[in-house]
Design a protein around this ligand. Structure first.
Ligand SMILES: [Zn+2]
Length: 227
């Protein structure tokens, strides 16, 4: 009832073009969904994300990103509005749409057992109130048989990554993450999940933390966007 009343007052709109849509969980109108700048990483035998995973303790199974991120594109709203307008459910809706496509297009998707969201230090989490990577992971878990786990944690905060080169970012992040209860991931197909992969420094640090402690069967990376 309340939802119907709300949709009368403020009907759900496409996050990209603003056209009316039936339900907020659709996120995009059909034309915008069709024209989404898909990254299709999972179909590329070699890609920058896979290069990072190649340094891990276990082989990669799947590298996937929904779209190519461009700051000046209206599609950037999908990531930015979730993060900066305190609407984390947008990340979950987007991840659900992405995972539905992935499930149909990538046989490896069904083999993922555990989703590890890129962790956010509690102090930053306190400021924002949520970790958007967690919502992306939840949206993926809504579609597949995988489960979201919190074994990857941020043990200390780091300074902002903005305006830093890749090597500076790596240095800034070094030692910020840790894997707890690593035995729980033994022999499983795990996936690191984030909202945006920019230089890959965060992913590299996650891979290092996992490789130092656990022996999973494979390590994948799934993100909503890649820059
Ligand atoms: Zn639209």
């Amino acid at each position: 009832m309340l939802r119907r009343l709300l949709s009368f007052v403020a009907p759900p709109r496409c996050i990209v073009c603003g056209a009316a849509i039936d339900s907020p969980s659709q996120l995009l109108c059909l034309p915008c969904l069709g024209a989404l700048p898909r990254a299709m990483l999972h179909r590329m035998p070699s890609n920058p994300v896979r290069d990072i995973l190649d340094n891990a303790v276990a082989p990669p199974l799947l590298t996937a990103a929904w779209m190519n991120y461009r700051h000046d594109s209206p599609y950037a709203h999908i990531v930015r509005k979730a993060k900066y307008s305190s609407r984390p459910s947008l990340s979950r809706y987007a991840a659900r749409l992405f995972a539905t496509e992935l499930a149909a297009d990538s046989p490896e998707f069904a083999d993922i057992d555990v989703l590890l969201p890129v962790p956010m230090h509690w102090r930053k989490n306190l400021g924002r109130g949520f970790n958007q990577a967690e919502f992306v992971a939840k949206g993926i878990a809504d579609v597949g048989r995988s489960a979201v786990a919190d074994n990857l944690i941020a043990v200390r905060p780091h300074a902002t990554q903005t305006h830093r080169s890749r090597s500076e970012r790596l240095q800034n992040l070094s030692g910020t993450m840790k894997l707890i209860a690593p035995h729980e991931l033994e022999g499983l197909n795990i996936a690191i999940v984030d909202d945006v992969i920019t230089t890959g420094a965060t992913l590299t640090e996650c891979v290092a933390a996992i490789s130092a402690a656990a022996r999973p069967a494979s390590i994948s990376a799934i993100s909503l966007a890649i820059r």
